[in-house]
Design a binder for this molecule. Structure first.
Ligand SMILES: Cc1cc2nc3c(=O)[nH]c(=O)nc-3n(C[C@H](O)[C@H](O)[C@H](O)COP(=O)(O)OP(=O)(O)OC[C@H]3O[C@@H](n4cnc5c(N)ncnc54)[C@H](O)[C@@H]3O)c2cc1C
Length: 435
């Protein structure tokens, strides 16, 4: 079979695997529709800073007890086969139900294995180049990727699957300050029995608090944040999603009114609120792209934090563990804290914007030459609904795409696996000529 276009994916985390799988599936669909020669399979090169592809930060640096915050039945790599992950688990000796919240490491095993099988099946068409991509060029004839070691790769298109920058931090004056709890071995620096202040009360805090409490009985844990909002809890069994937000995009005020009305109706009918949120989630990217900039700003300023804690929930067993720490007096939440009163401060505030200067040579180069640009909210890259990155002058040429956290400002719901899979499908459709 003839080879098709050459796609370089930069980054070796979960997003890279979803894009690679989606490209394969899209090519297969196109082949079935048009015949093999009209729709040859793409050549895919993944440029990965890490030696293994698939786990990335979320599934590669997790402790054994860290669990997915989405049910196993929604994590399949393939959009057309929701039970793929469950079958893989069964084949590998794990009896998992669709509503289970499995260890993140197990999901990392799955992604790594799916990708390894893809490489093996491809006979050299899908490959990994280990290294750091430091520049991308695009013009009418194609795209090029430069690696730090001098390697140059030619491509028809490039996908930035570069993941999550470390949190935005500031000097706190604490004797020990950990700016990035996900840096390898970061928490090992915390002395036994330390008084630890965690800044941020989201899912990262939940991971850090449970990890620290498990390794040290004598540790004292305090968490603080501006709004002291904690992630809510998943239902023991997922409920059928609510009606969602169909129809054309509309102003934020109307969307908020519809959310409130659906919550009231659900409560009256004895339906859990989680069902309402889950019904709306798939419609949000569409509504976000149709929203005025003023409404987006208003959402970020006034609704985002509350939306996120209801939308990104923790598993029941994780909530039980956290509550146990609170009940035992080992974890407390405070509205204000003076870092000087603690031995260690850990930033649990979540990833910064990918456009933050200094975390990635690649991003800095692309920003410097105007090939990518921040979107107006400053949360990520300017891009369209397919993840195609716009240059500083607003143009795009079909050769540079992004996925994951990079699209936070452009599409809002972009970081969880559900949305990563949707975006991977859109990118694959845009990059498959006959589709
Ligand atoms: C701690 C944590 C837990 C999460 N848990 C869940 C969950 O339970 N369920 C869910 O749906 N979502 C979860 N998420 C959301 C998560 O972001 C996605 O699921 C997914 O893991 C993101 O993968 P990624 O490939 O986009 O980014 P990453 O995992 O960050 O991978 C990006 C990779 O690209 C590499 N890279 C970056 N720049 C370059 C370069 N220039 N050259 C070469 N390589 C480069 C990095 O080294 C990294 O390995 C979680 C996120 C975090 C941070």
């Amino acid at each position: 079979m003839a080879d098709g276009r050459t796609i370089v994916i930069i980054g070796g985390g979960a997003s890279a695997v979803y894009v690679a799988v989606a490209l394969e599936e899209q090519a297969e669909r196109a082949r079935r529709q048009t015949g093999a020669d009209a729709a040859p399979a793409p050549r895919i090169t993944i440029v990965s800073a890490e030696p293994a592809v698939g786990r990335g930060l979320a599934y590669g640096r997790a402790d054994a007890h860290h669990r997915l915050n989405s049910p196993a039945g929604k994590m399949s790599v393939t959009a057309g086969d929701e039970s793929h992950f469950l079958r893989w688990c069964a084949e590998h000796g794990h009896e998992i139900a669709a509503g289970d919240y499995v260890p993140r490491r197990l999901f990392g095993d799955y992604l790594e294995d799916v990708f390894a099988c893809l490489v093996e099946r491809s006979g050299g068409r899908v490959r990994v180049v280990q290294g750091e991509a430091v520049d991308v060029t695009t013009d009418a004839s194609g795209a090029g990727v430069a690696l730090a070691d001098g390697t140059a790769l030619d491509a028809d298109a490039v996908v930035l699957a570069i993941g999550n920058p470390p949190p935005v931090t500031w000097p706190t004056g604490a004797p020990l300050q950990l700016d990035d709890p996900w840096a390898p071995g970061a928490l090992d620096a915390i002395p036994v029995g330390a008084r630890v202040l965690m800044i941020g009360t989201g899912l990262t805090m939940v991971d850090v608090a449970t990890s620290l409490a498990r390794r040290d009985d004598g540790i004292s844990l305090t968490a603080t944040s501006r709004h002291l909002l904690l992630p809510r809890v998943h239902l023991p069994e997922p409920a059928a999603p609510g009606p969602g937000l169909g129809g054309a995009p509309r102003p934020l005020g109307r969307l908020a009114a519809e959310l409130r009305a659906q919550l009231r109706e659900a409560e009256a009918a004895g339906v859990p609120w989680q069902a309402v949120i889950d019904g709306m989630r798939p419609d949000l990217m569409r509504h976000w792209t149709g929203m005025s900039l003023a409404d987006r700003r208003r959402f970020v300023a006034h609704f985002a934090r509350r939306w996120d804690v209801h939308r990104h929930r923790m598993a029941g067993s994780v909530h039980d563990e956290l509550s146990g720490l609170v009940d035992a007096g080992r974890l407390r939440f405070v509205a204000r804290a003076d870092p000087a009163d603690y031995d260690v401060v850990v930033f649990c505030t979540g990833p910064g914007a990918v456009t933050t200067r200094g975390w990635s040579r690649l991003v800095d180069h692309l920003l410097d030459k105007g090939r990518i640009a921040p979107e107006p909210l400053g949360l990520g890259l300017d891009a369209d609904e397919n993840g195609e990155a716009r240059a500083a002058d607003g143009t795009s040429d079909g050769r540079l795409f992004a996925i994951g956290h990079a699209l936070r400002g452009a599409l809002w719901e972009t970081t969880a696996i559900g949305e990563i899979r949707i975006l991977a499908g859109r990118i694959a459709a845009a990059l498959t000529p006959s589709s």
